[in-house]
Design a protein around this ligand. Structure first.
Ligand code: NAD
Length: 492
């Protein structure tokens, strides 16, 4: 198995098709760089339509026998994959940090959430059962089965390259489908590592494939006749367009989009705890998380106390290379993204919010070429400001003072997004109201980040999600199978 040093020194990012590593001949290229050092790690070519066709055709051939393979046999490579992921997690995490920038601890945490999905998919012999009933009518028994559909593809974002592919891959293959992954071009080396393990785990050739590329590669996947469905995770404009394209092509589709998440801090909250949790939620992975809660709606009666606790948390952050132990905030993924977050901070200032902690001048001495931006804290943010409405995807925290839970829920539900929300309270009554009324798909009470475990679904609402069945757990079984019912009459 390669070390992370070898993985981050690959001349070219490869595809994995029909059980073999291949090099793309696609014309367009993209340099994969270390966001902390600015160093080029590898080069990725955008796979052509012919290369997509090759991968999908091999996946379709493999599907014909994989769907007939006994379920117990189908999960054996997943058990091996789990073991390999456990054994190599430090090297995968180092690879992930080198190309993404998050801290080593965050990378390991992400891999843990990915591994959990492999574990859950190993329970497919039970999860895939669909139900039977004897004497459904006189002398009639009815039984339902779930059957796989063919080749599924997943297109994944840059921010969780170790976890998000595993929201889909284990369930797709455990249910008897074959699967093609198209990871983000910005950090594809984690998937290279994952596929080294997949190669070792013993899936039959073609059951799991990897195709690198960009928007055209994705269109070729969606439009391929042998692709039965597609899972997408990324920004809202692309999610919406994938949903439309896939639906027009008659494919199954689930498309998770961007976010704007809120925390409500009520007057009964444990303020120190709420501040620590909220700041961690907003700043973890440098704010590049779809679950980052960056708008904090604070009850006016506890506002000053909360602001002071938040400021103390922000002052304690350490900007640096994610591989350095003391770092709490790593670099942003690319220079362009760093600039877009800086532009957003400037927009906040221009629109009249009060930048009480300004991390824009922070540098990391050892890494002058990194995409670093220190944390920023805004006060006097109002719900109509860009800061409160648009996804920032950087280390920025926005405080909004509200008079009560009514106002907080009004602001939260006024968002066009609905991915996640948190409430800090000691009141069961407020907690119940939040659970009933908050318009977001992932809710947390007295926790900063609403990240469900793998045996629950993960998905947003409104412009954060297009489709019906979400990622992870049982929803994936429904997404990846068709149900068939048999009615039998046997008179005796
Ligand atoms: P992105 O939309 O730029 O890219 C996501 C994937 O789509 C990549 O693989 C990319 O190559 C591909 N892509 C880009 N443009 C495309 C196009 N025009 N047509 C087809 N494919 C295209 O997203 P990103 O910057 O990689 O990720 C960050 C975004 O993802 C944020 O908005 C974040 O909120 C969102 N996200 C959402 C969830 C969720 O569960 N809702 C989870 C993680 C990230």
């Amino acid at each position: 198995m390669p070390s992370s040093a070898e993985m981050t020194d690959l001349d070219e990012v490869r595809n994995y098709v029909d059980g073999d590593w291949t090099t793309s001949t696609g014309g367009e290229q993209f340099d994969v760089t270390d966001p902390a050092t600015g160093e080029r790690l590898s080069t990725l070519r955008f796979s052509s339509d012919d290369e997509v066709d090759e991968a999908v055709s091999a996946a379709n051939d493999a599907f014909q026998s994989w769907k007939e393979t006994a379920v117990e046999e189908r999960i054996q490579p997943l058990f091996r994959l789990k073991q390999l992921l456990e054994e190599h997690q430090d090297d995968i995490a180092r690879t992930l940090v080198s190309e993404h920038g998050k801290t080593f601890g965050e990378a390991k945490g992400e891999l843990r959430r990915g591994i959990e999905n492999v574990e859950v998919a190993c329970g497919i012999p039970k999860m895939m059962q669909a139900g039977t009933l004897s004497n459904a009518a006189p002398n009639i028994d009815e039984s339902a089965v779930r059957q796989p559909l063919g080749v599924f593809a997943a297109v994944t974002p840059f921010n969780f390259p170790g976890m998000i592919p595993l929201w889909f891959l284990p369930y797709a293959v455990a249910t008897g489908n074959s699967f093609v992954l198209k990871p983000s071009e910005r950090d594809p080396l984690t998937s290279q590592y994952l596929f080294e393990l997949i190669d070792e785990a013993g899936f039959p050739p073609g059951v799991v494939s990897l195709v690198n590329g960009g928007a055209d590669t994705v269109s070729a996947l969606i439009e391929h006749d042998d692709v039965a469905g597609i899972s997408f995770v990324g920004s809202t404009p692309v999610a919406r367009s994938i949903y439309e394209q896939a639906a027009a092509a008659g494919k199954r589709v689930q498309a998770q989009g961007g976010a704007k998440n809120h925390v409500i801090v009520s007057d009964s909250a444990d303020i120190e705890f709420a501040a620590a949790q909220s700041v961690s939620s907003a700043l973890a992975c440098s704010g590049e998380r779809c679950l980052a809660n960056d708008v904090i709606l604070v009850d006016e009666s506890v506002y000053d106390e909360f602001r002071d606790a938040t400021l103390a948390e922000i002052e304690s952050q350490v900007l640096g290379n994610g591989l350095d132990e003391e770092t709490t905030i790593g670099p942003l993924i690319t220079e362009e993204h760093e600039q877009s977050v800086r532009d957003m901070v400037q927009t906040g200032v221009d629109e009249g919010a009060d930048l009480v902690y300004d991390g824009r001048d922070q540098t990391v001495e050892e890494y002058p070429d990194g995409n670093f931006l220190g944390p920023c804290l805004f006060e006097d943010v109002t719900p109509d400001m860009t800061l409160a409405q648009e996804e920032i995807f950087g280390p920025v925290v926005c405080l909004v003072s509200v008079s009560d839970l009514d106002e907080a829920l009004e602001v939260l539900n006024g968002s066009r997004f609905g991915n996640a929300a948190s409430l800090f309270t000691e009141s069961g009554r407020d907690a119940r109201r939040f659970k009933q009324e908050a318009e977001a798909g992932n809710l947390a009470i007295n926790a900063g980040t609403a990240a469900p475990m793998a045996f629950f679904h993960f998905g947003g609402m409104k412009e954060s999600f297009f489709g019906d069945l979400h990622a992870q757990g049982e929803d994936m079984i429904h997404f990846y199978t068709d149900k068939k019912i048999t009615i039998e009459r046997w008179d005796y």
